[in-house]
Each structure stands twice: as C-alpha cells, then as structure tokens.
Design a binder for this molecule. Structure first.
Ligand SMILES: NC(=O)c1ccc[n+]([C@@H]2O[C@H](COP(=O)([O-])OP(=O)(O)OC[C@H]3O[C@@H](n4cnc5c(N)ncnc54)[C@H](O)[C@@H]3O)[C@@H](O)[C@H]2O)c1
Length: 382
C-alpha cells in the first residue's frame, strides 16, 4: 500500500514509518516539526538529539535500500494538504499529527488555543482531503483511552448498546475526558463519525493508552534511528519518565495516591496495531474502534516495578508522593475491553522484568545528558 503518515517526525510517527516500510509498504511522511518547536519553546529537550526527517530517511535508505518520502509543512494549511495528497495518492492515511500533551494543553490560554485549533483543524483537513482526493482510502486515526475517562462501569470498544425505556440503540461510548488535550481527541472522534456517516468514508479510530519504550525491530542497531525520548512532565509518558528518574536518582513522581489505572503498551505494539489496522481495513461507511493497549497498571504498580528492577541494576530508587497537580480520580474502577486488536492478530510484548531492565540499561547510557531541572514542572489543572 501507499501509506501517508501524518506526524511522521514524532515519537510514534518515525518508528511507524520504518516499520511499514520494512513490511513492504510505500511510505510518505509529513510533519511541520511542531513537537520540536514546542519543546524549544518550553525549554525542554529529549534525552538524546534526533536527526531531522530528511536525515533519518537518508539513513534508512542507506541501511535498507527503501525510500521514505518526506514532506515538511503545516497540515492546517489546505494548500499544503491538497498538494501532498495529490502527489502521494495514498491508499491509507495514518493520522498522528496532533499536539499530544495533556499538561501542555492545560498551561495557559495560548497553549489551549493551539491544541484546539491544531488538533481539530488537522483532523478536519484530513477528512476533507480524503473525500476529495482518495475517497476509498482508509483513515487510521490515533485516539486515546483518555477519551473515556474512568467511568464506574466496564469500558467497551468504542460503542455502547443502550436499552432505554424498552427501546435499544447503539451509540459512541460516553466520553468524559480529563484534560483539554483529551477533549480534543473526543471532538476528533465525533468529527470522524459525522463524516463517516455522512460521506461513507472508511475509518479506524485507535483508542491508545500511554506508550512506553524506545527500541523497535527497525532501530535496534542504529541509535540515529531511535525516536524522541522525552522525560519531562510535558512530553514524556509516565513509564518513560519513571525510568529516567530512576536512572538519575530523582524520586519517582507519583501523583496523589497513585491508584490512577490506565492501559499501557510497548512502542513495538503500537507499530503492530497500526499495521494490522491498515492491512485489514474498515469497510466503507464504517467507523471501527479498537482499544489499543495490552495490560493495565496503576501508577503505583509502575513505580513499584521501577523500584524493584532499578535495585537489581544497582540503582537507588525512591518514590515521592506529590500533591496531584491534575484533577483526576486517584482510586477508581477500571475494566476496559481490548479484544479487537488481538482478534486482528496482535501478539503483545508485555512489560516483563527483562523489558524494563533493557529500557533502563539503555537510558543509563545517556544518564549524563539528563537535566533534573526539566523533570517536574507541576503544571496544575486549576
Ligand atoms: N505517545 C503516547 O503515549 C500516545 C498515547 C495515546 C495517543 N497518542 C496519540 O498518538 C499520536 C502521536 O503521538 P506521539 O507521542 O507520537 O506525539 P508526537 O508529538 O511525537 O507526534 C506528533 C507529530 O505530529 C506533528 N504535528 C502536529 N501538528 C501538526 C501539523 N499541524 N502539521 C504537521 N505536523 C504536525 C508534530 O510535529 C509531531 O512530530 C497523537 O495523536 C497522540 O495524541 C499518543
């Protein structure tokens, strides 16, 4: 397939580009380096520098002989979007291109406005471009498990059948996001569902949990092909942050009681999930939703694992319970269904002791580069 990856410079976008290219697909990536610019603006940086998209594509071509086409530009601009879609003519579009940080979206009015206008604006342009230039192409969009919040009932995969006063109907599962960023993801899903029913597009929305890890099959022997690895509060996901904190002896930043439970997955499984969803597409007129994670952990579970494995590796790891800067339930029921991707063929890479130890050992090689001053900023929700 000819696959267009939007957000191809990102933490997930670049590893996905290599993975799909390695699996025989023609890949084109698009990005405007927004993520890099937000990091610069906030004075934070990834654990190690990452070459730009042209450089990474050149390295990939040298190593594999496979080409990844690169397009630099803002997907909110219709002239740029239409030019890219017409030149690439995709069979499928993978949409990662959003402002992905909950704390960034809660910093102030300006970052809230950027998150809203960027995320909804890009999704709308993608929908209009698919309709105009490639109406048979599947849109695979990355949503988040955070759209559902933490309801006191089981979370289904996207849809809920309701029996009300003797009549039945099926609706999008009720969503109650806990940050502005997550709320834009809810709006994305609503927008996509509106146009799927109106124009008969085909789409898969992957409700993904927090991702951890750096190593994938494609970058194992080449550090220059590794993705961004942020460990700051704004752009680092929780387990990635804990691993870096453990390595430099910074007490693990557990918020509140630490009972916040979420569905997690290894970056290798993100790649599998999106490939499986692309290769076995939704039908025309279908919005297919999968819950994309492999196992659930509370924040305390993760912290305890990091302490235990850190000690095995000779590190001095401690935990510091901090007043929770966010507004979220710290103890709650959590039981989400996640069978759809397993049915498509997902073979999970679980968070074993070995996986965590390998991640910590890799981060230990870069420990001198860690800046403790950017680890915790305490971005408050109110
Ligand atoms: N990383 C996770 O744990 C996680 C979990 C759940 C959902 N997600 C979702 O997955 C997607 C990718 O996340 P990520 O962690 O790789 O984030 P990321 O910030 O590393 O990647 C997103 C990329 O999109 C680009 N982008 C954003 N707006 C753009 C625009 N207007 N034009 C062109 N490019 C633009 C950014 O520059 C960035 O490189 C996001 O939609 C995010 O919401 C991520």
């Amino acid at each position: 397939m000819q696959i267009l990856i939007l957000g191809g410079d990102g933490y997930l976008g670049w590893p996905t580009a290599m993975h799909l290219s390695a699996h025989g697909h023609e890949v084109a990536i698009v990005d405007n380096y927004l993520r890099r610019r937000m990091c610069l603006e906030q004075g934070v940086e990834p654990l190690f520098p990452v070459p730009d998209m042209h450089r990474r594509a050149a390295i990939w071509e040298k190593v594999t002989g496979k080409r990844i086409a690169v397009h630099v530009g803002d997907l909110r601009r219709w002239d740029f979007v239409s030019e890219v879609f017409q030149s690439v003519k995709p069979d499928a579009v993978l949409h990662y291109a959003e402002q992905p940080s909950a704390p960034y979206s809660m910093l102030d009015r300006r970052t809230a406005d950027l998150t809203l206008s960027n995320n909804i604006g890009v999704t709308a342009n993608v929908i209009f471009a698919v309709r105009e230039f490639c109406p048979d192409a599947q849109i695979v969009k990355i949503g988040t498990m955070g759209e559902y919040g933490t309801p006191n009932i089981d979370i289904e995969e996207g849809w809920l059948e309701i029996d009300h006063k003797g009549r039945k109907d099926k609706f999008l599962y009720p969503r109650q996001a806990s940050s502005l960023y997550h709320t834009t993801k809810v709006m994305d899903t609503d927008l996509l569902w509106f146009y799927v029913r109106t124009w008969g597009l085909r789409a898969t929305d992957l409700m993904q949990g927090p991702v951890y890890g750096i190593m994938t099959d494609e970058n194992e022997n080449n550090p220059e092909l590794m993705p961004f690895f942020n460990y700051d509060e704004l752009f680092g996901t929780v387990l990635n942050r804990f691993v870096v904190q453990a390595v430099v002896g910074y007490p693990l930043t557990v918020y509140g009681q630490g009972g916040q439970t979420r569905g997690y997955l290894n970056i290798k499984d993100t790649l599998q999930c999106v490939r499986l969803s692309l290769e076995q597409p939704a039908r025309k007129g279908e919005l297919r939703i999968f819950n994309q994670f492999t196992e659930t952990f509370s924040v305390n579970d993760l912290a305890d694992k990091v302490v235990r494995i850190g000690k095995d590796l000779g590190l001095h790891v401690s935990i510091r319970a901090l007043p929770n800067p966010r507004k979220e339930a710290e103890e709650h029921y959590y039981n989400p269904v996640h069978t759809g991707l397993l049915d498509l063929g997902l073979k999970p890479n679980y968070l074993t002791d070995d996986v965590l130890a390998q991640m910590m050992q890799l981060v230990m090689k870069y420990s001198a580069a860690v800046r403790p001053d950017i680890i915790f900023k305490s971005v408050k929700w109110s």
